[in-house]
Ligand binder design. Structure first.
Ligand code: BG6
Length: 489
C-alpha cells in the first residue's frame, strides 16, 4: 500500500462547504497522520486561480484547533504544498482530461486511487460525474465519488439522480454523505445500545414511552436563502439527518459491524415506518423580531427568497414504526432555524414505574418523574440519564438528578469534525456511515407524499419570532400523543 497514491479532487473548491469543512478536515487528517504517505489534493472550480492563490485561500480556513500545536504552522506549510488548483468547467471532458494529466504527473506511475468530492449543486453534478469518470478516473486503482445532499427533492427526482449516477458509477463507488452520521455521538449510539447490558433490554415499546429527535439553530438561512427556499427544513434536516439518527436508534441488532449488515437493518426500520400524515406535521416560518435594540430579519426578508414564500424553516412531526419492537411508540422530530438555541439531541422518555411506592412523593405530575436518557449530539457533547434520587437529609424527599457523562470533563481529546471521519472512511473504503441507495429511497418514500401535500394545499406555516422557541403547534402535536417536549424543561 505504501506505493499507492491517493489523489483527492475537491470539485467546487471555492464554495462554502469546501472552505468551511472539506479543506480543514483534510488538513486535520494530515496533521493526525491519517492520510496515506503519497497524496495530492486538487481544488477544481470554474474561476481562474493559481496554485498559490488556492493555497492562500485554503490557508485562511485552516486552524490549529487541536491542543499542543507547536509544529502546526510547519504542518500547514507541508500540507499546503500538497494542494493544487485546476480551473475547469464542470461539464467539460477536456478540462477533466487536463486534470487527469496533472494527476498522473503527481502519481508518478504508482498505483493511483482517486477520490472526487462533489461539492456542487445536483443539477450540475451528473455532468461532473460523467466527465470525471470518463476522463479522470484511475487507470489502475479505485475511483470513488463523494456526493452531498440534496439528493433530489422527492422520490422521483432522487431516483432519476441515482439512475443517472449509475450510468457512470457502480453503487460501491458512490459515497452519499450525511454528515450527521460522522458526528461522534451519533456513531456512539450503537455502542451505547449494543455494548451496555443496561440499555438494550429497555430499548422497546415495553419501557420507552417516546423518543424525541431535536435539532435547532439560533440563526436563520442568512445567505443561503436561495438554496433553502427550494428545499425547506423537512428536506434539509428531517429527511436525512434526523431520520438517519432514528434509523440507528431503532434498528435491530445487526449481524455484524460490517457496512452492509448495518445498512440492511437501517433500511428495514425505514421500510417499517407508517406513512406520515399531514395532520402529524406542523410547519413554521420565522418572522422578524426586535430584541435589545437589534432587529432580526424575517425569513422572507432575505433577497433571494420570494416575499410570499411558504417554505418551512421549522417543522415538527410525529412518526411511528409499525414493527413489533416499536408498535405505538411516538418518535417525535422537531427541527428549526432562527430558534432560541443551537442544539441537536436525542431524548428517550421511559415509562412510569408501576405501582405507587414513591409516586405520592412527587405530587400529581408523574410525567416529570419518569427516567429520561438524553444524548446531546452538540454542542457540549454529553449523555445523561435523569433519575429520581433522595434529597440527602432526615426527611424523605425525592428529586430528579442527572447521571452525567459530560465529554469535556471525561475526555481531554478534542472531538474530530464529522467531515474528518467521513473523508477518512471514504479514503479507506469504509461504507458504514454512507447512505446506500435503498436507504435513500426509503427515506424519500416516507416524506414525499406529505411534502407534496403541503405544497399542493399551500399550507401556511405558523409564524414564530426569530429567536423564539418555535410555533406553539409543536406542543399541540406532542400533546396529542401525550408527549411533552423534553427540551422545554
Ligand atoms: C446541513 C444543512 O446539512 O446541516 C444546514 O443543510 C444546517 O442547513 C447544517 O445548518 C447543520 O449542520 P451542523 O453540523 O452545523 O449541525
Amino acid at each position: 500500500e505504501n506505493e499507492s497514491t491517493v489523489s483527492i479532487t475537491v470539485v467546487g473548491a471555492s464554495g462554502d462547504l469546501a472552505k468551511k469543512k472539506i479543506f480543514p478536515a483534510l488538513f486535520a487528517l494530515y496533521y493526525e497522520g491519517c492520510l496515506p504517505k503519497h497524496f495530492t489534493i486538487y481544488g477544481y472550480a470554474r474561476s481562474k486561480m493559481t496554485d498559490a492563490e488556492l493555497r492562500n485561500m485554503v490557508s485562511k480556513t485552516l486552524t490549529c484547533r487541536i491542543d499542543k500545536r507547536e509544529n502546526c504552522g510547519e504542518k500547514m506549510d507541508e500540507f499546503l504544498k500538497r494542494c493544487f488548483y485546476h480551473s475547469g468547467q464542470y461539464d467539460s471532458e477536456e478540462n477533466f482530461a487536463q486534470l487527469n494529466k496533472k494527476l498522473k504527473e503527481h502519481e508518478g506511475g504508482r498505483l493511483s486511487n482517486r477520490l472526487f468530492y462533489l461539492s456542487i449543486p445536483p443539477n450540475i453534478f451528473i455532468n461532473a460525474v460523467k466527465c470525471a469518470s470518463t476522463s479522470a478516473s484511475s487507470g489502475n486503482g479505485w475511483t470513488r465519488v463523494i456526493v452531498e445532499k440534496p439528493f433530489g427533492r422527492d422520490s422521483e427526482s432522487s431516483a432519476a439522480l441515482t439512475k443517472a449516477l449509475k450510468q457512470y458509477l457502480s453503487e460501491d463507488q458512490i459515497f452519499r454523505i450525511d454528515h450527521y452520521l460522522g458526528k461522534e455521538l451519533v456513531e456512539n449510539l450503537s455502542v451505547l445500545r449494543f455494548s451496555n447490558l443496561i440499555f438494550e433490554p429497555l430499548w422497546s415499546r415495553q419501557y420507552i414511552r417516546n423518543v424525541q429527535l431535536i435539532f435547532s439553530e439560533d440563526f436563520g438561512t442568512e445567505g443561503r436563502g436561495g438554496y433553502f427556499d427550494h428545499y425547506g427544513i423537512i428536506r434539509d434536516i428531517m429527511q436525512n439527518h434526523l431520520l438517519q439518527i432514528l434509523a440507528l436508534f431503532a434498528m435491530e441488532t445487526p449481524v455484524s459491524l460490517d457496512a452492509e449488515d448495518i445498512r440492511n437493518e437501517k433500511v428495514k426500520v425505514l421500510r417499517s415506518m407508517r406513512p406520515l400524515r399531514l395532520e402529524d406535521v406542523v410547519i413554521g416560518q420565522y418572522k422578524s423580531h426586535s430584541k435589545g435594540g437589534v432587529t432580526y430579519p424575517a425569513y422572507t426578508d432575505d433577497n433571494t427568497v420570494p416575499k410570499d414564500s411558504l417554505t418551512p424553516t421549522f417543522a415538527a412531526a410525529a412518526l411511528f414504526i409499525d414493527n413489533a419492537r416499536w408498535d405505538g411508540v411516538p418518535f417525535l422530530m422537531k427541527a428549526g432555524k432562527a430558534l432560541h438555541n443551537k442544539r441537536a439531541e436525542i431524548r428517550v422518555q421511559f415509562r412510569h414505574v408501576p405501582g405507587n411506592l414513591y409516586n405520592r412523593k412527587f405530587g400529581t405530575d408523574l410525567d416529570q418523574t419518569t427516567n429520561e436518557l438524553v444524548i446531546r449530539v452538540q454542542p457540549d457533547e454529553a449523555i445523561y440519564l435523569k433519575i429520581n434520587n433522595k434529597v440527602p437529609g432526615l426527611g424523605m424527599r425525592l428529586d430528579r438528578s442527572n447521571l452525567n457523562l459530560h465529554y469535556a470533563a471525561r475526555y481531554s481529546k478534542e472531538i474530530p469534525d464529522a467531515y474528518e471521519r467521513l473523508l477518512l472512511d471514504a479514503i479507506e473504503g469504509e461504507r458504514r456511515l454512507f447512505i446506500r441507495s435503498d436507504e435513500l429511497d426509503a427515506a424519500w418514500s416516507l416524506f414525499t407524499p406529505v411534502l407534496a401535500e403541503l405544497e399542493e394545499k399551500k399550507i401556511i406555516p405558523e409564524y414564530y419570532p426569530y429567536g423564539s422557541r418555535g410555533p406553539v403547534g409543536a406542543h399541540y402535536l406532542a400533546a396529542r400523543y401525550n408527549v411533552r417536549w423534553g427540551d422545554l424543561g
